[in-house]
Design a protein around this ligand. Structure first.
Ligand code: NIG
Ligand code: FE
Length: 393
């Protein structure tokens, strides 16, 4: 396949724009990216914008139930943490997810999945974490894996059994850690159900010491780690994660500059989640000025409580408006930098030898993607060299 007359945002260095460019694809890979082509066989794309396939590197897309009631409660004055302490929040979704069948979870997840895919997502990360027992965590991860067989998308799964302590172990943290680190991780690793291990390090969830136990157990199974850290307070979770070569530390509104340096040195990336900041009406902005010297991925954090956000394009806009990212940084955040957050070096940019995961947009400039709200200019999606959505001109 040879595509020509493109405005290509290669994302190799900033936008890495190539005007009137062409891209050739063979065997699912990009074979060349050039300025111009004279080949008569080329498909003329009429000057449209081409970007890498979008990557949503942090979601909790599989879950049961609905927490719209908590949105009402928060707007009536209750805090997110107070609702969690009273047995709502994550535990509310845990109860609904435990009660749901795998098929029900799958059906609900497919709808959310399809919203993201309709905006050009070709790789997505999905976490467990609403089971908090071995059976339901395994059920969630199997549903996440299943999504990759039902839709043309790559799914990276993350085991988040350390999302919070379930009610039945509220007074027995050691007991839950034993189940998590020994039983759950062993089974999940043996069945190959997770690509990484995550935890929520916060006063309403896991302490730094408890998080470290989970990271150690992940290491014994050869699984990389990542962390929800410094979302509501600065506990030092990000520094711990850096010491365990975490793929990413996510949220990090309360991370200080020192913490930014520590994670940057470790090679971890800091994922910004503007959806949760927006929905929880947070006031503390992440340390963007310090972070932008390094790589800054962004993601929807799609989840039933703090970020019911089903649009990566909207998330890009939120990252610009709420955190002051430039549209260029926002697009990097869902392409090249999001690939880093998942430890993937074969995608996220348009260059020879990269996977041919591409999106053609009815747009002129890459900045058009993060500018409007509620508008999807997608024209076609190519994944692994095949057209999977829309059509070429
Ligand atoms: O990424 N911060 C922790 N976990 C999720 C939200 C969990 C929930 O409220 O259901 C997040 O925001
Ligand atoms: Fe999250």
């Amino acid at each position: 396949m040879l595509l020509s007359n493109l405005r290509i945002a290669t994302m190799t260095s900033g936008y890495g724009l190539i005007e009137n460019g062409s891209v050739s694809i063979a065997s699912g890979m990009i074979t060349s990216v050039a300025k111009k082509t004279t080949s008569a066989e080329a498909i003329d794309c009429g000057g449209r914008l081409l970007t890498p396939g979008l990557i949503d590197c942090h979601t909790h897309l599989v879950y049961g139930g609905n927490r719209a009631n908590e949105f009402e409660m928060r707007l009536n004055g209750l805090a997110y943490a107070d609702i969690a302490q009273a047995g709502g929040g994550i535990m509310s979704t845990v109860r609904a997810t435990r009660a749901a069948s795998g098929q029900d979870l799958l059906n609900a997840a497919l709808k959310r999945h399809d919203s993201l895919l309709a905006e050009g997502v070709t790789t997505i990360e999905i976490k467990s974490g609403y089971g908090l027992d071995v059976e339901t965590e395994v059920k969630m991860l199997k549903v996440a894996r299943m999504l990759a067989t039902l839709r043309p998308v790559d799914v990276k799964t993350t085991f988040l059994g350390a999302h919070t302590f379930p009610t039945e172990f509220k007074e027995n943290h050691a007991g839950y850690l034993e189940i998590l680190c020994n039983q759950a991780l062993a089974q999940i690793a043996k069945e190959g159900l997770a690509d990484a291990v995550d935890a929520f390090c916060e006063s309403i969830a896991f302490s730094v010491a408890e998080t470290e136990q989970v990271f150690k157990a992940a290491g014994t199974h050869g699984l990389p780690v990542k962390l929800h850290a410094e979302q509501l307070s600065n506990l030092g979770g990000a520094k711990l994660a850096a010491g365990y070569n975490a793929l990413s530390v996510d949220h990090i509104e309360y991370l200080d500059e020192d913490g930014v340096e520590t994670i940057a040195k470790s090679g971890s990336v800091a994922v910004l989640l503007p959806g949760a900041f927006y929905y929880l009406r947070e006031k503390q902005s992440p340390p963007v000025a310090a972070l932008r010297k390094h790589r800054v991925p962004i993601a929807t954090d799609l989840n039933p409580g703090s970020s019911p956000v089903l649009s990566l394009l909207t998330t890009m806009n939120m990252a610009c408006v709420l955190f002051g990212l430039t549209p260029e940084e926002a697009l990097l955040g869902v392409t090249a930098n999001a690939a880093c957050a998942l430890g993937l070096s074969d995608r996220g940019t348009i260059a020879a030898s990269q996977r041919a995961d591409l999106v053609l947009w009815d747009a002129e400039r890459p900045g058009d993607l993060s500018y409007p709200l509620g508008f999807n200019p997608l024209a076609a999606v190519i994944r692994n060299g095949e057209i999977i959505r829309g059509s070429l001109p």
